[in-house]
Design a protein around this ligand. Structure first.
Ligand code: 16G
Ligand code: MG
Length: 542
């Protein structure tokens, strides 16, 4: 390590005095003006991680669904996964080191992780469409090069596309070609094959309106459109030509406000969907003929996908274990539907994609989705090999089903939840099953629910257990929540400290919207009182 050069460059990316940031659920995220030093340092860290793993590491510059003024960065591990937990800690140390301590922290990390500094390093970089992205990527590159790492800057990419690139590069191209063209080719080939088998191919089945959150998804969907036009015609809204990123639109807005985005023309019963700012989340929705808005979130996407996979496996006659992974935010009706009607085992993990991803890897086929629309299906290597073989060997319907599953496996992004890939899967399944958006929605009825935020002096006073469904500290809070829940029918509530914002989140569901709202409000008050609320006491807001 040329420590002198590292320090010299570091003064060009000086850390603002007193600024402390944490590598949270989705990396570092804050106002873009405070991130230059973080980017430089994450470039350094990516090189160390690459040397240690002897593999390509990804660095994605994005703040997902956050406002346009924000930005962020996260590292992507060799198989497209989120950064290993011990390295998240190194990231936090490195990010917060004062200028004079930077060298020591780098040496410490190298020693703790037994990094062979002679090893080559390769880092790939991507960014979303935020105005600050280009300059911040350049700071990442500065960090990479000063430590002697090689790099490839992909420029504008969706987050899942960067995960895909990392995965491809570390599997010697077996997963796909590590280019944007390779990504389009792989997905569109599988999609077009699938839609050829669909019996329902009328206009209604082939057209979809997409709200792109004024983000990177718009650009990438435009590029991809002609590859899939045989099976799908997409109409883009909030494509970034006028509106502001994530402002009153996008998957996060639609999910949390339970209303359609601005800037989208919706007719009754038309199938519509929204991506988030970096295109790793997707939710669907429609207006019914009576003017009622229907949201189809990640839970219902998981239900559609897992029921389809179950049917296909039945057809092939293979007894493979499917598991569905959710978080505490999953609507109670979805969990009941999956367990009782579909008879698939359901598991609950802590919030954050890495937890779900990890759990899903335990099954032959693991379907995971967060209610917010982030998710995918993972297929074990053994399943993939077996299905490919069956697709070749079996004739008739079994062979057809195996071929179909082979295409489905190719279409899912195995490295991360991916709005583009999920959209194509969903569209293919609806076509294959001949389902309208209303029929899909009718799989089960969501329980009315409400999410609120409470400001507290220090959100770390709240700790949880049982996949965030029970509060451990502060003492007494869980008892109050449990007693409140008992007052309502079909009710459930939990609280957890956010991993991305300085707030405590409250979730409640119950038999009616009024009751869900009131339970959420009462729980907010309890948090405010028992967990050191600051500012104004929560008032009923609905
Ligand atoms: C991040 C996570 C997402 C999680 C959300 C929770 C990734 C890639 N994204 O966006 O999975 O649902 O944080 O946010 O891990 P919260 O902790 O603020 O509620
Ligand atoms: Mg996102």
């Amino acid at each position: 390590m040329d420590l002198g050069a590292i320090t010299n460059h570091s003064t060009l990316h000086a850390k603002p005095d007193g600024l402390v940031l944490q590598y949270g659920t989705a990396g570092f995220r804050t106002n873009a003006e405070h991130l230059d030093h973080i980017m430089y340092r994450m470039g350094l860290l990516a090189v160390l991680r690459s040397k240690q793993t002897k593999a390509t590491i990804g660095v994605m510059v994005t703040a997902s669904h956050n406002p346009e003024e924000d930005n962020g960065v996260k590292l992507v591990d060799p198989l497209g996964e989120m950064l290993a937990p011990s390295w998240e800690e190194h990231a936090t140390h490195l990010a917060n080191a004062e200028e004079q301590d930077l060298q020591r922290v780098l040496v410490d990390i190298s020693e703790i992780e037994a990094v062979d500094l002679q090893q080559d390093a390769f880092v790939v970089i991507g960014r979303d469409t935020r105005p600050s992205g280009e300059k911040l990527s350049q700071s990442v590159i500065d960090g990479v090069t000063v430590l002697g790492g090689q790099f490839h800057d992909y420029g504008l990419l969706t987050t899942p596309q960067l995960h895909y690139m990392v995965y491809c590069r570390n599997t010697s191209g077996r997963y796909g070609e590590a280019t944007i063209e390779g990504y389009y080719q792989k997905l569109s080939k599988a999609f077009v094959e699938l839609t050829k088998q669909a019996s329902c191919s009328g206009y209604e089945y082939r057209s979809l309106k997409v709200d792109c959150a004024n983000g990177i998804g718009a650009m990438k969907l435009k590029e991809m459109q002609h590859y899939v036009s045989q099976g799908l015609s997409v109409q883009l809204f909030n494509d970034g030509t006028k509106g502001k990123l994530n402002h009153l639109c996008g998957a996060d807005f639609v999910k949390s406000h339970q209303k359609p985005p601005e800037g989208m023309e919706m007719k009754p019963n038309e199938r519509c969907c929204s991506f988030d700012g970096d295109a790793d989340r997707i939710v669907y929705y429609y207006w019914d003929a009576y003017g009622q808005f229907h949201l189809i979130d990640g839970d219902k996407i998981a239900a559609l996908i897992s029921s389809f996979l179950k049917d296909v496996l039945l057809e092939i006659g293979e007894n493979l274990n499917i598991g569905v992974v959710q978080t505490a935010y999953a609507n109670g009706s979805s969990t009941r539907y999956l367990e009782e009607v579909m008879k698939v085992p359901v598991y609950c993990t802590k919030t954050g994609v890495k937890h779900l991803h990890h759990k899903a890897q335990e099954f032959d086929i693991g379907v995971y989705f967060e209610a917010n629309g982030h998710g995918t299906a993972l297929f074990s290597k053994a399943v993939e090999v077996k299905i490919k073989q069956l697709a070749k060997e079996l004739g008739d319907n079994k062979g057809k089903a195996a071929k179909m599953l082979e295409n489905i496996i190719d279409l899912f992004n195995q490295a991360a939840g991916d709005a583009i890939s999920d959209m194509l899967i969903i569209e293919a399944i609806l076509g294959l099953k001949g389902l309208t958006v209303q029929q899909w929605d009718a799989l089960y009825m969501d329980l009315p629910n409400r999410q609120l935020k409470v400001k507290v002096a220090d959100r770390r006073v709240i700790s949880t257990t049982d996949a965030e469904r029970q509060v451990v500290t502060p003492p007494g809070l869980q008892k109050v929540i449990s007693d409140l829940v008992k007052k309502y029918k079909f009710s459930r509530a939990f609280v957890r400290p956010s991993g991305t914002e300085d707030v405590v989140r409250v979730y409640a569901e119950a038999d009616s919207q009024e009751n869900a709202d009131s339970l959420a409000h009462e729980v907010s008050l309890a948090v405010f009182q028992l967990a050191g609320g600051i500012g104004e006491r929560p008032t009923p807001s609905f």
